[in-house]
Design a protein around this ligand. Structure first.
Ligand SMILES: [Zn+2]
Length: 430
């Protein structure tokens, strides 16, 4: 058997306790064989975790990975103006090669900050599929459709593309890649298209993922036009089921929170994006109290501006307390669970917990740093003090993607240079 042993570290268990243990991984099927202190098997490969915390790989549950190319391209604007004046015109000029290098740049950044799994909405998805397959991460990918401003034929083409892409690539990369049908939002896609997209997706047991209740500008028109809240509208469209997941959920009222809990729909909280675009504060503690499945996502790099899930967990804790006006809300354990198991559950992928028989998606965090000293509470450190750059090794599906800070599946320097070149050419075209 081809095995990997992660040895000498402390291990974060699913109940958020920490214990001294080694982790033995079956590299053939990518699962955890054993966790303990007296594992006797000789491993084919070892990773030194002395002085480290071994934790589940982080799960970035909402991203637009190729937007790394637009990092710092336009900042400090309201969502609507930012999209219309800056982001959409730039995205219209992106080539398939740009999407590819933008994705690879994002994947390098994720691997280097301990993220092993992500959900992504973008276009030219075959490029992203191929990049993810080669980089070794786990992902739920989809084509984001927009129908406003399009004639009926173009609108249907865009919806059909999302459905086709989802059908074609579900199960790619030996099952590491799953898909979703991804209409952009309840206001940027018309009713008939949303209804059809959801019906077709669910026919093949494929989830639907979309932005919802992100800003009041997006909620108010639905309430005015339909005399119902957005998530009630989404339920009527068949887009609020156990396999589906929404991004944001900032402006949700109590009835909508109850709907999310009742239907089992996942919510991906994106605190940095919500703060940067002044979208508002999601009532995360209320959602957790109601039993809603809540994960955490970075959103695109243009509204964050990085893909570091440690940053995102800290932001979630901070804004969660402000939103609840309660310092005990969204505690350290809650955000660490949301950034791992909560995200995995929301997007319907395995991972997010270190368990025998579970997938070997693992981040090894080096604790030997001034900002992580003393080790009073390691879960607190993950939530409030650790950074992506503290991750020493990253493992996904039993394969080592980064060893001692060196990314093994992508050529980091070459990817960065190609990204710089792509953006120089993009700026000339716009
Ligand atoms: Zn988004």
């Amino acid at each position: 058997m081809d095995t990997l042993r992660i040895e000498g570290g402390q291990v974060l268990r699913p109940d958020m306790t920490v214990e001294r243990a080694d982790v033995l991984v079956d590299r053939d099927d990518g699962t955890i064989l054993d966790i303990g202190t007296d594992l006797d098997a000789d491993a084919s490969e070892t990773l030194d975790a002395d002085g480290c915390l071994v934790m589940p790989g982080l799960v970035n549950a909402h991203c637009h990975v190729s937007m790394t190319l637009l990092r710092g391209y336009a900042d400090d604007k309201e969502l609507d103006a930012w999209l219309r004046e800056d982001i959409w015109p730039a995205e219209a000029a992106l080539t398939a090669d740009d999407i590819r290098v933008g994705a690879e740049l994002g994947l390098v950044e994720m691997i280097r900050s301990g993220t092993t799994t992500f959900a992504d909405m973008y276009f030219d998805v075959p490029e992203i599929v191929d990049a993810v397959e080669n980089a070794g991460l786990r992902a739920r990918l989809g084509h984001g459709s927009v129908t406003i401003g399009k004639d009926n034929d173009d609108a249907w083409d865009d919806i059909e593309e999302s459905i086709e892409i989802a059908r074609e690539f579900d199960g790619a990369a030996d099952g590491r890649i799953r898909t979703a049908v991804m209409p952009h939002s309840l206001t940027t896609v018309g009713e008939e298209y949303l209804r059809e997209a959801a019906a077709e997706a669910h026919e093949d047991d494929i989830p639907v993922h979309y932005h919802a209740n992100e800003t009041t500008d997006e909620v108010d028109p639905i309430v005015e036009e339909r005399d119902e809240r957005p998530l009630s509208y989404a339920k009527d469209l068949g887009m609020l089921t156990e396999r589906d997941f929404i991004a944001h959920g900032v402006h949700v009222d109590d009835e909508e929170i109850a709907l999310l809990a009742e239907t089992g729909t996942g919510v991906v909280h994106c605190p940095a994006s919500n703060m940067k675009l002044a979208s508002g504060m999601a009532p995360v503690q209320d959602m957790l109290d109601a039993g809603v499945t809540v994960g955490i996502g970075t959103d695109g790099a243009a509204s964050n501006n990085d893909l570091d899930m440690f940053d995102e967990m800290r932001d979630a804790a901070m804004i969660g307390k402000l939103a609840a006006d309660d310092a005990s809300a969204v505690a350290a354990e809650d955000v660490v669970r949301m950034g791992t198991a909560g995200s995995a559950e929301a997007i319907g992928l395995p991972g997010g917990a270190l368990e025998v028989g579970g997938v070997a998606d693992i981040a090894v965090v080096d604790l030997d740093a001034p900002h992580l000293t003393p080790a009073n509470d390691l879960v607190s450190h993950l939530a409030y003090a650790a950074r992506g750059s503290d991750v020493r090794h990253t493992v996904c599906d039993g394969q080592v993607l980064m060893r001692d800070r060196e990314v093994l599946t992508l050529d980091q320097a070459a990817v960065m240079q190609r990204a710089r070149d792509a953006v120089a050419a993009l700026r000339d075209r716009i």
